[in-house]
Design a protein around this ligand. Structure first.
Ligand SMILES: Nc1ncnc2c1ncn2[C@@H]1O[C@H](COP(=O)(O)OP(=O)(O)OP(=O)(O)O)[C@@H](O)[C@H]1O
Ligand SMILES: [Mg+2]
Length: 259
């Protein structure tokens, strides 16, 4: 007895079915507009922003213009490369990563047709809640581990800026950052929110494996160097490391003093 035609038809059917299932899982659970509407809306503390040199929300300090230029170049690069996720790092701590990330995020939020997500993935020394004066209901590390749904942890400022904050110092954070669950959650977040830009504030690269662990989830990176503090060999080493693993969008020289 020869069942081969029927058998091959069955196989054909089942392989289509698998393809269909895989496609379905990549769709958002809700329309993006609804997903954004459901995020908890918060007000940031504008006095804290000013104290922490975040100038792009109110645009009262002239420094906002430099961030707007950075925003526009960043958007064009992302669009040209069909990319969205940018890691912001530096060779050593305190080069100004968080200051630059949040200024860039608020500058992007003025672009009303652009949806931006900004995440505090400096899981050892998170700073967003202090700088912004907001308290999110759940810490972003619990989202990466799959314990909290994305929609319950992110908060929304205005219509088009979503923020994920971290509540505590996370032990063994590199293991979480390179976990399969984290990769899955981040992909789903991008799809659910139809995010045009995802900014990821990270720790310094030298002396920790967090950035290396996370890079497979990112499309590109910005390296922040502090004028007068960061050494050229450190910049070179970090540039090489990043260029081998992702698209290095550029090096930002922060804290430069005009003489
Ligand atoms: N261009 C600047 N001019 C003056 N002060 C700055 C500038 N950029 C950042 N700072 C200040 O330097 C300090 C460190 O900045 P920030 O927290 O952004 O650095 P970081 O690289 O994120 O640090 P960490 O490695 O701890 O995450 C803050 O007090 C910030 O306000
Ligand atoms: Mg920081």
């Amino acid at each position: 007895m020869d069942h081969s035609p029927q058998h091959s038809e069955e196989l054909q059917y089942s392989s289509n079915d698998i393809t269909a299932l895989q496609t379905v899982t990549a769709y958002p659970a809700l329309a993006p507009e609804l997903a954004w509407e459901r995020l908890r809306a918060v007000e940031v503390d504008r006095a804290r922003l000013a104290e922490n040199r975040i100038v792009t929300l109110d645009r009262t300090h002239t420094a906002y213009a430099a961030f707007d230029m950075m925003r526009t170049r960043t958007l064009q690069t992302l669009r040209n490369n069909q990319a969205s996720t940018i890691v912001i790092t530096s060779p050593t701590p305190k080069c100004g990563k968080t200051t630059i990330t949040l200024n860039l995020a608020f500058s992007l939020s003025h672009q009303l047709d652009c949806r931006t997500v900004v995440l505090d993935l400096n899981l050892k020394t998170p700073r967003f809640e202090d700088v912004l004066g907001v308290a999110a209901p759940f810490s972003i590390d619990t989202v990466l581990s799959g314990a909290t749904p994305i929609a319950r942890a992110l908060v929304r400022v205005g219509e088009n800026l979503a923020i994920g904050t971290c509540h505590r110092s996370v032990e063994y954070s590199a293991e979480l950052l390179q976990s399969r669950e984290a990769a899955k959650v981040l992909k789903q977040m991008q799809i659910d929110l139809a995010a045009d830009v995802i900014l990821v504030d990270m720790p310094a690269m030298l002396g920790s494996d967090d950035v290396t662990a996370f890079l497979p989830n990112a499309d590109c990176a910005l390296l922040v160097a502090a004028a007068e503090d960061t050494t050229i060999p450190d910049i070179d080493a970090c540039e090489r490391h990043l260029a081998e693993r992702t698209q290095l969008m550029g090096v930002i020289l922060n804290n430069y003093r005009h003489t």
